[in-house]
Design a protein. Structure first.
Lengths: 199, 199
DNA sequence: TTGTGTTTTAACCAACTGGTCAAAGCAACG
DNA sequence: CGTTGCTTTGACCAGTTGGTTAAAACACAA
């Protein structure tokens, strides 16, 4: 039997996770402090530790709930659909993720930058999914629907380009001298992908 | 008159900077500790602080010496050369940087992820250089040598893709299941850029 | 109102943080 | 050899870190 989970618990837990996401994504795991997180959540530090047993626990919870949402766009890539439109759709969904959830993107970037110390054991699952989709792409290539291409590096290309707009936001803004690069970013990506993939 | 700088000083200073690069690039500024750096450099903490006045000073020195090397490949892009080959050459030089100096790439990634808190004042210089090169690319487009394209987003594409192999190394290795993705990475990038840029 | 379980907090702790300082060790030149 | 200046270190410091504890405050149903 699980505990009931009161209204207050629900409210505070989500407030803590939101605050922790903000802080962890900006400073990384070691760089973030419980005081910062508690402050951002509007709670005292002991009160925060009443809801979560440790700093690591909060971080882990954020990471795991991130991962499923992160891989979802790739899972949705349909091997029965039109190849180029499917790949383009995937890229667009991934770019939307960068625009709508930049903190999540940065949290993930921090984790990978440090060598995936906290979700190293979920990497095999990632590899499985990617290998599976790589086979689909290879099938499309063999059928002459798209150019023959290394599907893994295509994946890296899409990941790199989409996440760049969230993770390197500070640089993008500094270079462009204004906000919201996303409309042009998508137009650019579409041009690039269509030409790269055309058979 | 500047100080002579003995043999020992030179040796220890470079050892410290190398150690600091290793640690900062993995844990970020806040996540890194002087003890870690001193350990990695084979010195005691007070001894380390005999050569550098503070943690920030070490970090700053690494960042500034990084930046010039980082922008060099872009500076070398020659507006008198063949457009597509020039852009391709730039991308290759940038990818070589990721392969040969991955820690520098990660140090930079950490800095930008956190919103360029330490080199925010050098961003205008970056923008100036990029805008200048963007004009060159626009010129090539107007001359019909390459397709009409947003030069800033082309820059982002090259940055994102090349740095991905250094910054997300852990993920790349996990997905590929082996090391050294760079030969294929360059072949892939060449294919992608040639098709993207063709007039 | 009272009793019960939930929520919050003040006070505290040991370990660690960046950094200091005075004294000791050391190289090397006269 | 001895002195001079460079190098290294042990001891130390104040502030911060993640985390604990016991008691107080609170919500709320009977």
């Amino acid at each position: 039997m699980t505990k009931p989970a009161t209204r207050i618990q629900k409210k505070n837990r989500t407030a803590i996770l939101a605050a922790a996401l903000e802080v962890f994504s900006q400073f990384g795991f070691r760089g973030a402090t419980l005081d910062q997180i508690a402050d951002a959540a509007g709670l005292s530090k002991p009160n925060l530790l009443y809801y979560f047993p440790s700093k690591e626990e909060i971080h882990q919870q954020l990471l795991t709930s991130l991962l499923s949402a992160w891989l979802d766009p790739l899972r949705k890539m349909d091997d029965a659909g039109d190849p180029i439109e499917e790949i383009l759709g995937y890229a667009k969904r991934k770019l939307d993720l960068s625009r709508d959830y930049p903190r999540e993107s940065r949290l993930f970037a921090n984790e990978v930058l440090q060598g995936v110390p906290h979700l190293g054991d979920t990497m095999p699952a990632l590899k499985t999914l990617v290998d599976e989709k790589a086979k689909v792409i290879n099938g499309w290539a063999k059928a002459g629907k798209i150019v023959a291409i290394d599907p893994h590096h295509l994946m890296f290309l899409i990941w790199a380009q989409t996440q760049h707009y969230a993770d390197f936001d500070a640089q993008v803004r500094a270079v462009l001298g204004r906000d919201d690069p996303f409309p042009e970013a998508f137009a650019f990506m579409e041009h690039m992908l269509r030409r790269t993939l055309a058979p």
